[in-house]
Design a protein around this ligand. Structure first.
Ligand SMILES: *[C@@H]1O[C@H](CO)[C@@H](O)[C@H](O)[C@H]1NC(C)=O
Ligand SMILES: *[C@@H]1O[C@H](CO)[C@@H](O)[C@H](O)[C@H]1NC(C)=O
Ligand SMILES: *[C@@H]1O[C@H](CO)[C@@H](O)[C@H](O)[C@H]1NC(C)=O
Length: 525
């Protein structure tokens, strides 16, 4: 519609400009009639083209609509829990819309999402999705070949194409993950050769990029061999050309060393879905009924570690309460940021989150109170900006490969952080799982050797400071990437303010939480 009206305006403008000469001879008038006839012919074919285009757009429209409706089906949603399914949904979506709408995709998207929030995938989501698959691969030690076939540790999903495998391998290359890059590029070649209708670059073109990866990891012989094979592709294949140049210039490459705690992180994340305690023979590790401030109110607790004190407490909320918390934030989730001061969106933490203050929700306030009963620690919030004894609930949703790298919860020593001044530090963490996770998504303590698999409505409770009130380095922990399913959690951080007299230092420097607990319970009377 838009195009047609623009063209009409242009036509009348042309007529207006030249009209002064036209009526000076009858011959010109005749010619004009002829000209107009052929012009109308052009116009007709333009209209036909527009009809064709509208037909294509309508077909695309109804196809997408059918898919969107279908996706709402519970069965389809179940299928979207597999990383390959999510990846394919993002690529197909982006590719289809940009190829049919071109540059106009952006303005459609803006008009559709007036709130300014984009939930729909964009180009950076695609790179993010590829990085997520690479992260899953390295943490759970999977082969590209298996992942491409849709086999994630036995969880079967849709297969990827040779083109997908190539693009993932290319992202791995630019990120300096060369082993993974070679693995995916090789998988891409195998897929290409075993498919009757292969997509993406031919094996020879893929090999050129493999040559560049071999060169960077120092396998000069292999890189040179590959160059002999691919140099015939020059200059049509960029990677073949660059490989030739790089063989002459020998670019330097410093491999990024894996983080010190990655080995432990990967090992703990890969354990099956159960809680793993570091020293199961310690007689002080027990299951017990955790008594609360209210004598009749008890919760099943398993102590996973005494120092640092880490335990899990079952059924601290009901399904309905969990649903309510999720529902409360559903339209407010934003990409999680890290760091204090000027927070940045980063690959360290891939999740969406939102906050619920006690005064915003009766349910939040009652769960805060319940946490106070369970832990014996003050959790009251003094609205709006006064010192508080606990932070608002932080509700977090992790998506494809969503994870949180190893970190500690205390707010570091940022003097500008107002909470630090007013409310002290995050002395304890009360993390409630709002969902089960089919596979992956455990919370792991890389130093202490603890792994906790999510169980819906269960809380993971630990002290970030030992009873001598020293920041406990053993509480370094991280969130494993979600392999299958989705992960919802809700954090409550309990602050020093209001708790200095509720949790006092132990009588000896070695005192553990279990040593001071009886006094805490008695209220130090
Ligand atoms: C890559 O693979 C090689 C050979 O298998 C191995 O020696 C090297 O440590 C690997 N590098 C990384 C970063 O995993
Ligand atoms: C590439 O894949 C083939 C077929 O699976 C395998 O035999 C070969 O070892 C792989 N090569 C590399 C370098 O990974
Ligand atoms: C890894 O785990 C072992 C055994 O639990 C522990 O001794 C070591 O300190 C851990 N390493 C790091 C870097 O956390």
């Amino acid at each position: 519609m838009y195009l047609v009206s623009v063209t009409v305006v242009t036509l009348s403008a042309v007529v207006a400009l030249t009209s002064s000469e036209i009526f000076t001879s009858s011959l010109k008038v005749e010619r004009m009639v002829m000209e107009e006839e052929s012009l109308l012919g052009e116009f007709k074919s333009f209209i036909d083209q527009q009809y064709e285009r509208l037909k294509t757009l309508s077909i695309f429209y109804s196809d997408r609509l059918r898919e969107v409706r279908f996706r709402d089906d519970p069965g389809a949603r179940e299928k979207l829990q597999h990383p390959n399914a999510v990846y394919l949904a993002i690529t197909r979506y982006l590719h289809d819309y940009t190829s049919i709408l071109g540059d106009r995709f952006g303005s459609f998207l803006n008009a559709a999402t007036r709130s300014g929030k984009h939930f729909m995938a964009q180009e950076e989501d695609l790179v993010g999705a590829r990085l997520s698959l690479l992260r899953l691969q390295s943490v759970y030690k999977m082969k590209a070949e298996d992942m491409a076939r849709g086999d994630y540790l036995g969880f079967q999903g849709p297969p990827l194409s040779s083109k997908d495998a190539f693009e993932i391998g290319a992202v791995a290359y630019t990120e300096g993950k060369l082993n993974q890059s070679l693995d995916w590029l090789n998988a891409s070649i195998n897929l290409y050769n075993s498919n009757d209708n292969p997509t993406g670059p031919t094996p020879l073109v893929v090999t050129a990029l493999m040559g560049r990866a071999y060169l960077l990891i120092g396998d000069l012989t292999r890189a040179e061999q590959i160059y002999e094979d691919v140099k015939e592709l020059e200059p049509t294949c960029g990677d073949a050309k660059v490989l030739g140049e790089e063989l002459r210039s020998r670019p330097a490459f410093t491999p990024t060393r894996p983080k010190a705690n990655f080995v432990n992180f990967s090992r703990l994340c890969s354990l099956e879905n159960r809680h793993h305690i570091p020293n199961p023979n310690n007689p002080r590790l027990v299951c017990r009924y955790r008594e609360t401030l209210l004598p009749y109110y008890r919760f099943k607790e398993e102590i996973l570690s005494v120092a640092p004190f880490v335990s899990v407490i079952y059924n601290v909320i009901s399904d309905a309460e969990g649903d309510h918390l999720k529902g409360f934030v559903k339209n407010k989730l934003v990409r999680g940021k890290i760091g204090s001061g000027k927070p940045i969106v980063s690959d360290v933490r891939t999740s969406d989150l939102s906050w619920i203050r006690d005064y915003e929700s009766d349910l939040a306030s009652s769960i805060s109170k319940r946490i106070e009963y369970i832990t014996g620690l003050d959790t009251s919030q003094r609205h709006p900006y006064g010192p508080s004894s606990s932070e608002a609930f932080q509700v977090v949703n992790y998506g494809l490969g969503g994870h949180y790298e190893v970190h500690m919860d205390p707010l570091e020593t940022v003097s500008s952080h107002s909470e630090l001044k007013n409310s002290g530090e995050r002395i304890a963490t009360f993390l409630i799982y709002l969902s089960d996770v089919q596979r992956g998504g455990s919370t792991v303590f890389t130093r202490a050797g603890i792994a906790v698999a999510p169980v819906k409505n269960m809380a993971l409770f630990w002290y970030n400071f030992n009873p001598a009130h020293q920041k406990d380095q053993m509480t370094l922990h991280g969130g494993c990437p979600v392999l299958i399913g989705q992960k919802w959690i809700c954090n409550k951080w309990i602050w020093t303010y209001g708790n200095t007299l509720r949790r006092r230092c132990g009588l000896t420097p070695e005192a553990t939480q279990l040593d001071i607990e009886p006094d805490m319970k008695r209220g130090y009377k």
